[in-house]
Design a protein around this ligand. Structure first.
Ligand SMILES: [Zn+2]
Length: 248
């Protein structure tokens, strides 16, 4: 087994039933969290209740944020606070440059950019004080995180968003992240052993458009980011379920 994928959360932005969409990608020596949704510590802990080893915030040394919607990064403050102030372990943080610039200035700094000590003195902090930040390179250009080799391309979403291909040895994962139906993106993801693809209403990918794909691709596809009402037992394409583990 070279590459394993554990499903942390499967829900959409409005879910009252699941954790928000989140994956944990692992090799023997690398563990990468794909997105950091709200209630992250509980979502990771629940992996242990679902048959896998228990994962804590200190076990996530690498985190990649696909885009700035709150259901994909709302747990990052929890992760970074914990590791800086409780256990003192830095995370490595990856995202495309547009996401990184907004991550601090538009999302995190209001709650994280100053520490007022007991004497009232103010100590300014920046994102670099919390994490080792690495911008992802140009689309299609390979980069490594531990023993993983990754590349990304933009999706069709309201804000800049990165779909991912992740490889370890001969095993590979493709992840659509949030996107409208985009045949060229699916073609880019399709060579992967496993394709995790979103589906939802509105600007997202309609299930009907995925059902029309080649059967050999559908057989390697798992749905994520589906609405609460989606019938996972009767789904025409298999659904990722929280706690699932795929060994590729
Ligand atoms: Zn989104």
């Amino acid at each position: 087994m070279a590459l394993s994928v554990r499903v942390v959360g499967v829900g959409d932005a409005f879910t009252a039933r699941y954790y928000n969409a989140c994956l944990l990608v692992e090799t023997a020596d690398t563990r990468l969290l794909i997105d950091a949704p709200p209630a992250l510590a509980r979502a990771l802990r629940d992996l242990g209740d679902r048959g896998g080893p228990t994962i804590g915030l200190d076990d996530v040394d690498h985190v990649l944020i696909t885009h700035l919607h709150g259901d994909h990064m709302g747990g990052l403050e929890q992760l970074l606070f914990w590791r800086r102030f409780v256990t003192g372990r830095r995370s490595a943080l990856y995202a495309i440059p547009e996401v990184l610039s907004g991550l601090w200035d538009a999302r995190l700094r209001g709650g994280m950019d100053v520490l007022v000590d007991a004497a009232g003195a103010r100590h300014p902090l920046g994102l670099d004080d919390y994490a080792d930040v690495t911008p992802m390179p140009s689309p299609g250009e390979a980069f490594t995180i531990g023993s993983l080799t990754l590349s990304w391309r933009p999706t069709k979403h309201h804000i800049p968003t990165s779909a991912l291909r992740i490889r370890a040895g001969a095993s590979s994962l493709g992840y659509s992240a949030d996107t409208s139906f985009d045949p060229s993106l699916i073609e880019w993801l399709a060579p992967s052993d496993l394709v995790v693809h979103e589906t939802n209403l509105g600007i997202h990918t309609p299930l009907a458009s995925l059902v029309g794909l080649d059967p050999s691709l559908r057989a390697r596809m798992k749905l994520i980011h589906y609405p609460d009402f989606h019938d996972v037992d009767a789904s025409p394409i298999g659904c990722a379920r929280e706690g699932d583990r795929y060994d590729l």
